[in-house]
Structure formats: C-alpha cells, structure tokens
Design a protein around this ligand. Structure first.
Ligand code: SF4
Ligand code: SF4
Length: 380
C-alpha cells in the first residue's frame, strides 16, 4: 500500500511505496551547466574508478550529453515526458502527475525499459545546436540556435524509483548520507530498477546477471572527500556536499545556500516526483520554456540570479570554491568585498580547509625573460 510523503520540490504531498525516511545527512551535488566544456574527464574518471570490468563496457554512471539532442540511453527523458502527459504547475506547486501517480494498476510507477540498441549511441547529438544555422546567423548576437551540456549521474533521490521498483528489496538508501546502493548479493537482475528509474541510471550487467549503479563514491564521502567526477572536473563546474532538510537550511552551508537560500541550483525533472539530489544551475542561453521543463518553474529566476551573481559576494565566493578543494566543505564564510575578499571553507570540525580569493589576481609578466634570455609566448 502506498504511503503519503512530502516532496518539497513539488510543494505538496504525493504517494510513495515506503514511508518518508529522510537520512541524517543527504549527499547532494551542484553542477553549473554554464561552465562545462564537455571534455568528458568526469566520465572517464568515473569509468576508470568503477566500471572497467567485463559487462560494464556500456555503463556510464556519469555521462555528459548535449541538449537538446543528446540522450543516453536514446530518448531517455523525452519518451517518459510524452508518456507522462501534461506537466502543469500552479506557481511553484506541481499540479500534474508524478510517475508514481501516473502508474497503471499493479505497477509501482510509470516506467520505460530501454532496448539494447538505445545504449549504442552514447554521444548522439554531441555539440549539435537546437536548429539549423541560417545564412548570416553566425554574425548576429546573441545567436538564435542554442545548446548546452547536461552532466548526469544518479541523483541519490529522496524517493528513489529504483528502490520502490525492486521486488527483491535489494536497493537501499543509507541513513548516514542518503547514498542509494544496490546490494549485489540480493539482486537477481530483474531490471525493474532500470525500467523504474526515469533517469536511467541503473545498468544491467549481463556478465553477472545483476544491476549496478553509481555508488556516490561512498569510500571518499566516508573520508570527508568529494566524488571522483567532482575532483577531476576540468571546468570546475561541480561541488558536492550535504544538503539540509528543506525546512532546516543553513546559510553557511554551501549546498544549502545555492539550493535553498539563493534557489540558483535546481533539480532535474522535479515533476517526476523523486526529489533528486543533483542540482543544476540552468544554462543562461537556453529558452525559458526548455529550462522550465527540465528544471521546474524556478528556472528563469535562477538564470536571473546567476546573471547578477556579482551583486552577491557569497555567491561569487561559492562559485570560486567549485574545484578548489578535494574535501567536503561543511560551512563557509566570506570576508571582504568582491575586489579583495576571500571565501573560507571549513570541514565538519570547523577546521579551515582552504581560502580562495573572490577575484583571481591577473599577473602580467614582461615578454622578455632576462634571466633565461628567452621571449615568452604567454605573458598572463
Ligand atoms: S536517479 Fe535513478 S538510480 Fe539514482 S536513486 Fe534516483 S531512481 Fe535510483
Ligand atoms: S569534467 Fe567537468 S567540464 Fe569536463 S565534461 Fe565533466 S563536468 Fe564538464
């Protein structure tokens, strides 16, 4: 029998198979879509760390796709969006159906099981823009065609569909950090998690006959460190930390500040109803309607706040903190102004981890290096 749980991203209650059981701390990520260069370093780092074995060749626990035409697996989101029907909001309250509410009789949720072929084009649509570039469009600014990169990992959802779908109760959510794991000893490879997860982040491994998914780099998290996809990110677009309960946000917690206080980082497809815990700073160049479909009704305001980031020194400081340390920041403080200030990051015992200037100093060297008697090509 379904229980009723509260979903803060939808601002309403909804049915879910199990009772509301929020973890003591919830691991969460913020990804800044505007800074990603789609180098796929995160994808390769994750692949090397976790999925280098037989039967894991097609698994990308982390992938980066180009929107609007990229999907892995093929059409993972558009197929479900179409099945779900109209997704309506009244202000910031969701009035459409979640995938749990749209389930047919006897099913836990509305789901789709991809075909083998759907996994054969991991880079489909890469770097393709939304529409054809017309003659002379390339000199008109801003350019009409748009695209952006969407970084995707398991969302370690508060209400995981994979967990609700599993008939063996092989999937569990850890109380200490909210990481969602598949118990390999219990799993029998029924693939109900693959069908149920709207983000298609559990993968079936034919070699072992079991399903696997992102493990949230739990050995790193247990040591107070951020995940592989975060620490290796070339674009410094990622930050991992702990998100407080929606009604207990702390202004000095980086993730809380970006998600709950500033509301600049938003969940992906909140309308599915899983309360996912990866939060995105929406792309500033995509149309509002597209951003709203992906990130909910708060997307235009988030874009606006991002454009005006320079007016908020906490925000500038936090954006500078992305990629500045391997450790998880539990609290932060900004001292000074935008021009000369610094952000200080602290661990759980309030020991300083790192301090970063809000504005990176620009150092211009002379073209001629007298000591070595050479000319420099790069002087900054
Ligand atoms: S994103 Fe999918 S696999 Fe990950 S916790 Fe949510 S439902 Fe499960
Ligand atoms: S490493 Fe960072 S910049 Fe490169 S693709 Fe991944 S998220 Fe984007």
């Amino acid at each position: 029998m379904n229980n009723t749980v509260y979903n803060w991203q939808l601002k309403r209650a909804m049915p879910y198979k199990y009772q509301e059981a929020r973890p003591d701390k919830q691991i969460a990520w913020v990804f800044d879509t505007n800074k990603c260069i789609a180098c796929q370093t995160c994808t390769v780092a994750c692949k090397n760390a976790w999925t280098a074995g037989k039967g894991q060749e097609y698994m990308f626990w982390n992938n980066v796709e180009t929107k609007p035409w990229g999907f892995y697996p093929l059409g993972w989101d558009v197929r479900l969006l179409e099945k779900l029907g109209p997704q309506t909001w009244d202000g910031d309250k969701y009035t459409g159906k979640t995938i749990f509410e749209a389930a047919s009789y006897g099913e836990e949720m509305l789901g789709i099981l991809p075909d083998e072929e759907d996994y054969q084009y991991p880079n489909i649509g890469e770097d393709e823009v939304s529409s054809a570039i017309k003659e002379s469009d390339f000199i008109r600014m801003p350019q009409q065609p748009w695209m952006f990169y969407l970084q995707r990992i398991c969302n370690h959802c508060t209400y995981p569909a994979c967990l609700a779908a599993c008939p063996r109760k092989s999937i569990y959510k850890r109380k200490e950090d909210g990481i969602v794991l598949i118990d390999q000893a219990r799993c029998r490879g029924y693939r109900e998690c693959v069908r149920g997860c709207p983000y298609k982040k559990p993968f079936f491994r034919a070699y072992t006959g079991k399903s696997e998914k992102c493990v949230g780099c739990y050995p790193a998290i247990e040591q107070g460190k951020q995940t592989q996809c975060v620490v290796t990110c070339i674009g410094r677009i990622r930050l991992a930390g702990f998100l407080s309960r929606y009604d207990k946000a702390r202004e000095d917690n980086p993730i809380d500040y970006l998600v709950h206080v500033k509301k600049i980082a938003l969940p992906l497809y909140p309308q599915f109803g899983l309360e996912p815990n990866v939060y995105y700073i929406p792309p500033i160049n995509a149309p509002d309607a597209f951003n709203k479909q992906l990130f909910g009704p708060g997307a235009p305001k988030a874009v606006e706040a991002y454009r005006r980031a320079v007016e908020d020194k906490n925000l500038v400081g936090l954006l500078m903190l992305f990629g500045a340390t391997e450790q998880i920041t539990h609290s932060f403080k900004v001292d000074g102004g935008i021009g000369d200030g610094k952000i200080f990051s602290y661990d759980s015992s309030r020991a300083e981890i790192v301090r970063v200037p809000l504005k990176e100093p620009v150092i211009i060297r002379s073209e001629y290096d007298a000591e070595r008697d050479v000319y420099r090509h790069s002087v900054t």
